[in-house]
Design a protein around this ligand. Structure first.
Ligand code: DQA
Length: 144
């Protein structure tokens, strides 16, 4: 099982700055994730929260039930050392995904405080970034 953990404000997808984040809603994106997972012959479970402590609980719990994680912590990416520390505990492979290209946006978005504790990062690919992350994890899990 792959955990797909979306963080703060990602429940507003579809209504939130479509030029950056596209027009899919979160439930449509999650539907795509489940379909892509099926094609890749892996299983996925998608969760979302706007609460940092709840996100950390989800990471801790997913250590118990997942073989890999896809994380998009939203704005927490840029400043939450607490989420960084939680991800550092995860032994399974973790892929960081951003819909928009954080390297090409405002200065404060260019830094990811989780970047050095994840195994792979995909940024600026829109929803397809989640498919790429699933494919990367499926390959990593098949190898290991
Ligand atoms: C985001 C990029 C972040 O800078 C932003 O705060 C988000 C979404 C993305 O998916 O592009 O909420 O993580």
């Amino acid at each position: 099982m792959i955990a797909v953990l979306n963080g703060v404000n990602l429940n507003m997808l579809g209504r939130r700055d479509p030029a950056q984040y596209g027009t899919l809603t979160l439930s449509e994106l999650e539907g795509q994730v489940y379909a892509w997972a099926g094609e890749l012959r892996v299983t996925a479970r998608c969760l979302q929260t706007n609460h940092e402590g709840a996100y950390i609980d989800q990471i801790h719990e997913a250590i118990g039930w997942s073989r890999g994680m896809i994380v998009n912590p939203g704005a927490w990416t840029h400043y939450s050392y607490a989420i960084r520390d939680a991800l550092e505990i995860v032994e399974a492979p973790v892929v960081e995904v951003h819909l928009s290209d954080i390297a090409q946006r405002e200065e404060w978005r260019r830094r990811s405080v989780i970047g050095d504790v994840v195994d792979h990062t995909i940024s600026g690919q829109g929803p397809d970034g989640y498919r790429q992350a699933l494919a990367w994890l499926a390959a990593a899990l098949a190898d290991g």
